[in-house]
Design a protein around this ligand. Structure first.
Ligand SMILES: Cc1cc2nc3c(=O)[nH]c(=O)nc-3n(C[C@H](O)[C@H](O)[C@H](O)COP(=O)(O)OP(=O)(O)OC[C@H]3O[C@@H](n4cnc5c(N)ncnc54)[C@H](O)[C@@H]3O)c2cc1C
Length: 435
């Protein structure tokens, strides 16, 4: 079993594909009685070892249906193994949509929620903020249904949980009426974007930019909700931009850079200059998500929006002094504050800074130095992306950390849902809550 980036692998003792909540409950109970550990794997798109185990690996591919759609209330009840793409297509057919998405839509719903997966947009929180109810099987095999009214304390901590509280089996999501996005992609100087971060964040419903280290200009994407009729990109343009330029050609360029790193500055200029400006109107999920065939590793931090300019100045310094260059762009996004205990967006609007490196190229020095920069700005790492922090570093960055620890010790007293990564970033289950 390995993840998408192929930087994490494991050999589970057993892999199970339950088809019902009762089956999940029995899998957990049997594993617990046998002293085995359990992890759930979604689409294996995390860069960390969050889903890896040498115990029982639960795969919810057979629990991936839409159970109920309430068009009036814009709500949907689904099984947690459904992918974001399948869900988006089904919602579209019902005249509904997810209010926001990240760069891709192949993740499982539960996996994306568990790690705090987000898109961009100053007014929008991550996917977990759209959850209205969750049904999970806890570490004792007990089925729990959580929502903001009947179980407010548990609900506040359970959405972004890294799977450490139980196997999420069903989710009720708040949706929105289906909508189109007016997408505009432009090339703009990095200095201009950073000189007015708040203005940039407010410049569209969903604004983000990609900066190739060494380049002066960025690719900027602004997606704005519109009532205009769809004007999608033609098939030829899509294949040219999304398949050839962003994947095939970019993959070749990365391979060249990995083999001959001295060419990286020229590559940066080539990548930046090959990006074209474009404009289209299309259904939201087709605009938000793109195919990603070039494999990479990634680290991403949320920092308070007001620190973006200063932090990026330091990131530029880091990228300029690396002995092995960054071959992938730095991506910058924004998100709204939320109230979810372990969400990186808890209590504050974030700017997100994501650094990537082409698979197989050295990344450790680059990521470690950027992590130091982010730490200095109260950065909170994305739970599904690479980082070097442990529970001792992270506890003070989350005001409700101890509340999560208390619920965890109730839901999973025997540490059934632990693995090396979870132990590292959340600490031991029965340990004294970190002060
Ligand atoms: C190419 C690429 C692009 C990406 N783009 C973005 C982006 O735009 N924005 C963003 O925020 N992130 C992004 N990510 C990160 C990705 O969204 C997260 O890592 C997400 O968790 C992956 O979902 P998954 O279904 O693959 O989950 P996995 O990686 O399989 O699992 C993630 C975690 O969720 C747990 N889990 C899974 N299912 C359940 C369940 N049913 N119950 C309890 N726990 C469960 C697992 O145990 C694990 O801890 C990207 C990753 C890749 C590889």
């Amino acid at each position: 079993m390995h993840n998408w980036a192929r930087n994490q692998a494991c050999v589970p003792a057993d892999v199970v594909f339950p088809t019902s909540i009762d089956e999940v409950s029995s899998v957990v109970s049997v594993a617990r009685d046998a002293g085995r550990r359990v992890r759930v794997i979604g689409a294996a798109h995390s860069f960390t070892a969050a889903a890896m185990t040498d115990g029982v690996l639960v795969c919810l591919d057979d629990m991936a249906d839409v159970i109920e759609v309430d068009r009036e209330q814009c709500r949907v009840r689904v099984q947690a193994g459904i992918t974001l793409r399948a869900l988006s297509l089904r919602l579209d057919a019902e005249g509904l949509a997810l209010e926001n998405l990240g760069d891709i839509d192949v993740q499982s719903l539960a996996g994306a929620i568990a790690t705090g997966t987000h898109g961009t947009g100053a007014e929008f929180g991550g996917l977990a903020t759209q959850v209205e109810e969750m049904t999970l099987v806890d570490g004792c095999g007990e089925v729990r249904t959580l929502d903001a009214v009947s179980t407010p304390e548990e609900f506040a901590v359970s959405r972004v949980s890294l799977g450490a509280l139980g196997v999420v089996c069903e989710v009720v999501l708040r949706c929105v009426p289906a909508f189109c996005l007016h997408a505009r992609e432009t090339i703009e100087p990095l200095d201009d974007l950073l000189s007015d971060v708040a203005g940039f964040a407010a410049s569209a419903d969903h604004a983000e930019f990609f900066w190739m280290p060494g380049a002066r200009r960025c690719q900027v994407k602004r997606n704005t909700r519109t009532d205009a009729p769809p004007r999608p990109q033609g098939r030829v343009g899509y294949v040219r931009d999304k398949i050839i330029a962003e994947n095939l050609a970019f993959g070749v360029v990365c391979r060249v850079g990995r083999r001959w790193p001295a060419l990286a500055p020229r590559i940066a200029r080539l990548v930046s200059s090959s990006v074209s400006e474009r404009e289209l109107v299309d259904v939201s999920h087709r605009v938000f998500a793109s195919p990603r065939h070039v494999r990479f590793v990634e680290m991403e931090y949320g920092i308070p929006l007001e620190h973006l300019d200063a932090a990026m100045a330091e990131v530029r310094g880091v990228t300029a002094s690396l002995s092995f260059p960054a071959l992938f762009p730095v991506e910058v996004r924004v998100s709204a504050a939320d109230d979810i205990a372990l969400s990186p967006g808890f209590g504050r609007a974030n700017a997100w800074v994501a650094v990537h490196q082409y698979r197989g190229a050295p990344f450790e020095a680059y990521f470690q130095r950027v992590a130091q920069v982010m730490d200095a700005y109260d950065g909170r790492p994305h739970w599904g992306k690479m980082h070097f922090s442990s529970a001792a570093d992270l506890a003070s960055r989350y005001p409700l950390w101890n509340r999560f620890a208390v619920v965890r010790s109730r839901f999973d007293p025997d540490g059934v849902f632990t693995n090396e990564y979870v132990d590292r970033v959340l600490g031991p289950v029965r340990g004294e809550p970190t002060p």
